[in-house]
Design a protein around this ligand. Sequence first.
Ligand SMILES: Cc1ncc(C[n+]2csc(CCOP(=O)(O)OP(=O)(O)O)c2C)c(N)n1
Ligand SMILES: [Mg+2]
Length: 344
Amino acid sequence: MATTSSQATENQNSETLEKQEYLDLYRGLLLIRRTEEQLAKSYAAGMIHGACHTYVGEEAIATGVCAHLRPDDAVFSTHRGHGHALAKGVPPREVVAELFGRVTGCSRGRGGSMHLFAPEVGMMGTSGIVGPCILQATGAGYSFKLLKTDRVAVAFFGDGASNNGAFHEGINLATIWKLPVIFVCENNLYATEVPFSYSSGNPNVGDRGPAYGLPSVIVDGNDVLAVYEAAGEAVRRARAGEGPTLIEGKTYRTRAHSEGMRDAGYRSQEEIDSWKARDPLPAYRTELLKRGVAAEDDLQEIESDVQSIVEHAAEFAEQSPWPDPTTAATHVYSETSENEAHYA
Ligand SMILES: Cc1ncc(C[n+]2csc(CCOP(=O)(O)OP(=O)(O)O)c2C)c(N)n1
Ligand SMILES: [Mg+2]
């Protein structure tokens, strides 16, 4: 069985955090939340072309994991990847501009929501295909090991992806070769409208790791400190050459699968409301005040700062030019030596 790290165990490590680290986690959560809210608004206003899967409700997972990563660590993401990109350090205005299809977006407006790439900060892509990020992270981990670096690769993926063959192949290979990979399953209980309880005989993805010899932990994915603690240990192990870890975060998306889609007929309002009551943001805010590690003023300052960053990001995106159609074939394949140097 996977071990369970929850609020009860979180006290040990998280109490040793510096005030700034606590505040950075709050800022990280909030930056994702406000950006997603902006994107949802922009989608409704017709500014976004293509799908837009928001990460609202799940922010604690990307925030708690990426807080341990360096720019030269690699993140491979999903169709629900805005939060991963922001947590890995892609500037919000480049994320928003990319969804608006503008040339100032991180993928120069070629990709949109499901092709957010920024190798200069180790964001190795969101993807519309469910599952491959698990194998890509395994491959990156293999290369980091061969190059004798202490870099780590992270795969974020959903519960749905854990029933894809890529999951089993990736975790097996990473385990036998002790690759520096963190497999992060964001179990939000549904794959589109299919409950995980229907598609899996065991509600815990984390229980699958031990069958492969893979250390695994199940955490409350709405508790940023629990995620931070589990990820800290996983990253430490990976950098030390001790191999991969599987982290399952139990969480919930509180918006529709994708903006503009119906959100009824497959889950109850009571269920949505019960998870809204466990929203990671107010929970963490309350915790910070309760522990006395932050004052109301500290939090309000972050809130107004993040609000202004996101508003500016939207203005920047709206005012940015469209890509020149004559350059449609550029920035599609790797062209620069910069990225090659970074990953050499
Ligand atoms: C290989 C593949 N199969 C099916 C789809 C269609 N699809 C898009 S999102 C999705 C659900 C994925 O669920 P999960 O992995 O739990 O992620 P979540 O949307 O819940 O974050 C599916 C089946 C796809 N994009 N790729
Ligand atoms: Mg899911």
